[in-house]
Design a binder for this molecule. Structure first.
Ligand code: ATP
Ligand code: MG
Length: 593
């Protein structure tokens, strides 16, 4: 019906090399959208991924990716792969099952904690499921890289990881099984490793920009992976599990877990007063004690009991402060810290909760740095219904360590410039670490340097949560009707809604358009179901496909199609040829941003 005027078409491969995809007919595709909001989903990305038929849960934290979900994830993978290759990294693929002995070499078999799934095979060999691959890649390096001439090198993979997360939740955001891109760099020196690190830092900025995400790179804690220096890439979203501290006056941005508290000392020195025991009947909580004694929470020190890898440790912080568990974990060098319950506190200390204090306490005790500069403060009396007054550090009690152990607040000064701080929520989508020689030393991975000497590889590691990005993109891009995919992440960029499946003219026009858009290099889903228009439009909105083309009555009337942009709702009426040309130009422009 329409002449195939395709002289203006840009060669297929220039638009999207991965687009040689098979036919995508709605009627024949597994695309089970749901009308109802699934009850188990707490955040919007989880709800929409289920409703739009992207994922289905198998068991806690473990999902199947249905065809459209996989298509979206492939988009992320392709961007990641392109930018990693462009940065000079080489792709490989390592096994998911790893021998325990290799993890023993680095001491992580014991240290990693319950997130590492351990099992025995039929020959009784201990193994684990890879939550990350530093050991395996270091083993490859020590066997295959012998000389400085092999360096620098950066090796990466895109692979399924398993971590037995304590609280898997929010769908793809925190799964137990998830897809990660992990890269590892090997260098001759610290300086060279710094160059590799910066290359990845820059590649990550490109990746997240190309994914259409609004993000920020922040200073981060190095956690169980270890290392000396790291940055996290955070997608800014209310549902993020991480809190980011940002300075309003300088460039400082850090994960709350890592943000260093600058100690501000009280400049009015008081003479130490005499220690007094005071009765506080039934007053266990900070607020109740303060009300009863007419004092401020900042005049009191809380004694919190944690289980550090199962063993009790008391932590002292000012009454109005919160313990930062990551800082505590790092200080104690343990895999896991958890607040003890009332029964455990009593078993460990012999004191009922609410009355515990540091004077003559029976368990290991550490203190936040602020406690060491407080004067004449209040603490629990280590006896039911009693507190102590005029307590002073060192005179009345000692601790095993004094350190920065509390959470930063917006009333603290910026640790870099002293300016005002603000907080925002974020989803961690990437993490870059300078590892140094920790792994190469413990696994004896060396190369021969220019001077003929054997040296340890200086390493870096770099992760991206590929499946998490799909969820993060939806958290940032949606409305009440469904997903609004940024073009580069959209599983299809165009959906054709055929409103005349039983009308020969409309049907032929829709099918011709389908072919022409595909020939133009676009990824197209055609809704060829014999359903009501409203029903089809609802699904198109839910799926979040950036452009919807409706072939219906207006085509019969005046030969035009309706093109609707999912993001801003704008509508254009164009002929089929104009439609192909316009969509091709617009989508190509979006993809090359
Ligand atoms: P988190 O603090 O969120 O647990 P992590 O610090 O343990 O993350 P890394 O070890 O740095 O994460 O892993 C690299 C990337 O893998 C993270 O930046 C994140 O995007 C992703 N990731 C980590 N854990 C999960 C998970 N349980 N589900 C989905 N993605 C994850
Ligand atoms: Mg983790």
């Amino acid at each position: 019906m329409f002449p195939a005027t395709r002289w203006w078409l840009v060669p297929f491969h220039k638009i999207n090399p991965a687009s040689k995809k098979n036919d995508m007919r709605y009627s024949q595709t597994l695309l089970p959208t749901l009308k109802e909001t699934p009850a188990e989903a707490e955040v919007v990305s989880h709800r929409l991924l289920l409703r739009a038929g992207f994922i289905r849960k198998l068991t806690a934290g473990i999902y199947s990716y249905l065809p459209i979900g996989l298509a979206a994830m492939r988009k992320v993978e392709n961007i990641v792969r392109e930018e990693m290759n462009r940065a000079g990294a080489q792709e490989l693929l390592m096994p998911m099952v790893q021998p325990a002995d290799m993890w023993r070499e680095t001491g992580r078999y014991e240290k990693y904690g319950p997130e590492l799934v351990r099992f025995r095979d039929r020959h009784d060999r201990e193994s684990c499921l890879g939550p990350t691959h530093e050991e395996v890649i270091t083993d490859i390096a020590r066997k295959e890289l012998h000389s400085y001439r092999n360096l620098p090198i950066n090796l990466y993979q895109i692979q399924t990881k398993f971590r037995d997360e304590i609280r898997p939740r929010f769908g793809l955001m925190r799964g137990r099984e998830f897809v990660m891109k992990d890269a590892y760099s090997f260098d001759v020196s610290d300086e060279a490793a710094g160059v590799s690190y910066m290359k990845m830092y820059e590649a990550y900025k490109k990746i997240f920009t190309r994914c259409g995400l609004s993000f920020r790179a922040v200073q981060a804690d190095s956690g169980a992976i270890g290392g000396s220096f790291s940055h996290e890439f955070m997608v800014l979203a209310d549902t993020g599990e991480d809190t980011i501290v940002v300075c309003k006056d300088c460039e400082y941005a850090a994960n709350m877990e890592k943000a260093v508290v600058k100690l501000v000392e009280d400049d009015q020195a008081q003479a130490p007063a005499e220690l007094e025991k005071i009765e506080t009947p039934g007053k266990r909580k900070v607020d109740a004690v303060c009300d009863f004694l007419s004092i401020e929470p900042k005049q009191l020190v809380k004694t919190m009991v944690y289980k550090a890898d199962g063993k009790p440790v008391a932590v002292l912080v000012r009454g109005d402060r919160e313990v930062e568990e990551v800082k505590l974990k790092n200080l104690l060098g343990v895999a896991d810290v958890e607040l003890a319950d009332d029964k455990e506190v009593f078993e460990a200390t012999g004191v009922p909760t609410g009355y515990l204090g540091p004077v003559s306490i029976k368990i290991r005790t550490v203190a936040d740095q602020e406690v060491a500069v407080m004067q004449n403060f209040y603490v629990g009396g280590n006896e039911k219904n009693y507190h102590l007054k005029n307590v002073n550090f060192e005179r009345d009690f000692q601790v095993e360590a004094v350190a920065d152990l509390r959470q930063i607040t917006t009333s603290d000064p910026c640790p870099e410039c002293g300016g005002k701080l603000d907080t925002t929520e974020g989803i961690e989508v990437g993490h870059v670490f300078k590892l140094g020689t920790g792994y190469s030393e413990s696994m004896n991975a060396t190369f021969q340097d220019r001077d003929g000497k054997e040296k340890y590889f200086v390493m870096g590691c770099y992760g991206i949560g590929v499946s998490r990005i799909v969820a993060a993109a939806i958290e940032q891009n949606h409305d009440e009707n469904g997903i609004i995919f940024p073009v580069p992440l959209a599983p299809y960029t165009v959906i054709i809604v055929n409103l005349g499946v039983n009308d020969e003219t409309i049907n032929t026009a829709a099918e011709t358009l389908y072919r022409d858009l595909q020939t133009a290099g676009l990824e197209v889903l055609i809704d060829d179901r014999d359903e009501r228009p409203g029903f089809k439009f609802k699904d198109a909105d839910l799926l979040g496909i950036p452009y919807r083309v409706t072939v219906g009555k207006s085509f019969l009337k005046n030969g035009t199609l309706e093109i609707k942009c999912r993001k801003d709702g704008t509508i254009q009426e164009l002929t089929p040829e104009e439609t192909v040309r316009s969509l091709q130009t617009t989508i190509l422009a979006e993809l090359s941003k």
